[in-house]
Ligand binder design. Sequence first.
Ligand code: SF4
Length: 210
Amino acid sequence: MNLEKTMASLRRNGYTVSYFETGGEAVEHIAASLTEAGITTAAFGGSATLTAIGLHARLEADGITVLNPDFPDPGENFRSIAMKSVDADCYLLSANALSENGEIVNIDGVGNRLAGSLYGHGKVIYVIGTNKITSDVASAVYRARNVAAPKNCLRFGLETPCAVYARENGETRCFNCDHPRRICRSMLIHLTRPTGCGAEVVLINEELGF
Ligand code: SF4
């Protein structure tokens, strides 16, 4: 994994790039930058990384409203929070893979996470552990499909073929299944930063998410 090349590629592709050794440092950076920008509402795309670094609670402590479909407030549900997220000032998510050429790959089941990263938000922040970095876009797609997605199926306790195989064999692979609970419905590759979107990539030198 070539971190310097990855950061240079992301900058060339139009992203602001920050790097931190720990999730805690990244959380402080993100909280400060949102406050400085006057952002009052931040929406999350489903992310084990954001959960692991404790960003939700930290932003709420600063008075920022967090819209997180995975943790809906009482009286809300996944869809209602996801719909409100469309109007959030800022959208935060991770990635299933990041190539050293600066391509960001994500797979989604519902599509809200991909949509949030694609259009409509003035500021998008990707929070990515260095364990997600691969050499090129092909290996990034491979990682998203054969590592990240099966691990997320395990996380959700699903009985998809990849999850069953992973439990039995201790390794991951995709079976391109037609299981009704398939979580891989759409895949998005950001080749470069979308026009008009103030996007930042926050890299953390930790193994985070899947
Ligand atoms: S397509 Fe099916 S088998 Fe492949 S990772 Fe997604 S849920 Fe698992």
